[in-house]
Design a binder for this molecule. Structure first.
Ligand code: NAD
Length: 504
């Protein structure tokens, strides 16, 4: 019998009341290990009501007290790191090292919001007119919802709820139904850290739960991270219902390799960037663009044996460099893209299709794949594959290589490998991409900067975490106050020490 998961509402584990469940697999074995209840609209409304009831008291809790809960939460995560990583890897499949790395990136957001009193200080202008002062404060938005993807089941929720809560909002999280256990455990740890009940609820579910969050008038803001098709729907539906929405979506990240680049450094970088987490990262490099035939030949020649020898295995094998992908459908989808690429003329330098591991024959493994001579009209180039597949698109000049980036539908990340500052400067300044790396393949911003793409990689006005996250989860209020007797005729500032007499 597989384990049955629960929701976390009003500070408690709550059993699903409906008869709809989703299966959770161990992606390495294909076994169904758990069942997750898929919430009905009523169950979701219960979570929203809990968040709404907790809001008034939490919103006026002093920021320093809210920060104290975050300090405690930070300690909780650190002391439960092994447990969280095991939960994450067992449902997602990624290596334990990758899992810990991603939890640590979420932890950095928690550390950022430990300083929330400083961030929320606001602005004040004294004496904008006679006896008139003006000040701006950032107040909570209200009840916020977060809808998150499978690929970072701890980090992406932690991009959202710590910032929302630190700003004085309450929160309903709807994690991916493929790997929801980390989201549930994090909510329990927040509660143990001293968060009042109802401030953070977790409902598991699918479209029915999401649609309720998007349409219920009790939700004020929605953060989404996931695929572009769903993100566009979330943005349009949530905005039409009058909510503030940010939707961070799919990607196709290019890495340019200039003729003057250090090829060994570029090859090292792309190994982690393209194949780490089996390519299931929205910042994964999925297109390499070497400039010039000589660069391309050297790059592919050095890269091929590294991809060929990538060690693929279950997360329980500590020597594995890459785990399985999330589901059987995902494996089939990735292999279909490789079929299409080869049929369209791409050269399979390393072909990861049909990989079967002894003892894990039913696992969802795809081997590292390297396709050379890919052209921009092929589906392996146009579409996000979300698997361990790197396409090499050879270009003759920097201008042509940059044009590829400019023309692509997605605008999450892009990187350039070069020793030339002038080219790097042109690239960083002129590409229509949200996160740009120079000799850094995955330019994920640190927690106190903000994460987000351009074009079809983000719908809405705000990126996530850092100051953009704070802006998303707060509303600016500007107060203009007149106290006519405040500055009396002839009043002066007291410039000299000791002259503390009141104005006459
Ligand atoms: P997904 O879009 O399938 O699911 C994301 C969330 O939306 C899940 O919680 C899911 O339950 C919900 N959902 C799915 N179908 C829905 C529907 N029809 N109506 C309403 N809600 C629905 O994404 P995924 O496969 O879990 O994650 C992978 C995707 O996420 C990739 O496209 C990846 O690039 C993207 N991603 C983007 C970022 C970023 O910051 N830009 C970060 C991580 C992942």
């Amino acid at each position: 019998m597989s384990e049955e998961l629960f929701h976390f509402i009003d500070g408690e584990r709550v059993k699903g009341t409906g008869d709809r469940f989703g299966n959770i697999n161990n992606p390495a074995t294909g076994e169904i290990t758990k069942q997750v209840p898929l919430a009905s609209a009523d169950e979701v409304r219960g979570a929203i009501a809990s968040a709404a009831a907790a809001l008034p008291a939490w919103a006026v809790t002093p920021p320093a007290k809210r920060a104290q809960v975050m300090f405690n939460f930070r300690d909780q995560i650190r002391s439960h790191m092994d447990e969280l990583a095991e939960l994450l890897s067992s449902e997602h499949g990624k290596t334990v090292e990758d899992a810990k790395g991603s939890i640590s990136r979420g932890l950095e957001v928690v550390e950022f919001v430990c300083g929330i009193p400083q961030v929320l200080k606001g602005e004040y202008s004294e004496g904008v007119a006679n006896g008139v002062d003006s000040y701006g404060v950032r107040q909570p938005v209200g009840v916020c919802a977060g809808i998150t993807p499978f690929n970072f089941p701890a980090m992406v929720p932690m991009w959202m709820f710590p910032v929302a809560l630190a700003c004085g909002n309450t929160f309903v999280l709807k994690p991916s139904e493929r790997d929801p256990s980390c989201g549930l455990r994090l909510a329990e740890l927040m509660f143990e850290a001293g968060l009042p009940k109802g401030c953070l609820n977790v409902v598991n579910g699918d479209k029915e739960a999401v649609d309720t969050l998007l349409n219920d008038p009790g939700v004020d803001a929605v953060s989404f991270v996931g695929s572009t098709a769903i993100g566009r729907y979330i943005y349009e539906t949530g905005a039409a219902a009058g909510k503030r929405v940010q939707a961070l979506c799919g990607a196709k990240n290019h890495m340019l390799i200039m003729p003057d680049a250090d090829i060994d450094q570029a090859v090292d970088a792309v190994m982690g960037a393209a194949y780490g987490s089996a390519g299931e990262r929205c910042m994964a490099v999925s297109v390499a663009v070497p400039v010039g035939e000589e660069t391309a030949n050297a790059f592919v020649e050095k890269l091929a044996p590294r991809v060929q020898s990538l060690k693929v295995g279950p997360y329980t094998d500590t020597s594995a460099e890459m785990g399985p992908v999330i589901t059987r459908e995902s494996k089939e989808r990735i292999e279909r893209y490789i079929d299409e690429g080869i049929a369209a003329g791409a050269e399979a330098v390393v072909d990861g299709r049909g990989l079967s591991l002894q003892g894990y024959e039913d696992g969802f493994f795809v081997g590292g794949t390297l396709l050379d001579r890919v052209t921009p009209d092929m589906s392996v180039y146009t579409d996000e594959i979300f698997g361990p597949v790197l396409s090499v698109v050879r270009q003759d000049s920097y201008v042509d290589a940059k044009q590829l980036v400019l023309d692509h539908e997605y605008g999450n990340g892009a990187a350039i490998f070069t020793r030339d500052g002038d080219t790097a400067r042109d690239f960083t300044q002129s590409v229509n991409i949200g996160m740009v790396g120079v000799n850094v393949p995955i330019p994920v911003p640190v927690a106190y900067h903000s994460f987000g793409g351009w074009k079809s990689s983000l719908f809405g006005d705000h990126s996530i975490h850092g100051m953009e996250g704070v802006r998303f989860y707060t509303r600016l209020k500007t107060v203009t106050a007149r106290w006519p007797s405040g500055i009396k005729e002839g009043a002066v500032f007291n410039f000299h020490a000791g002259s503390d007499t009141a104005p006459t």
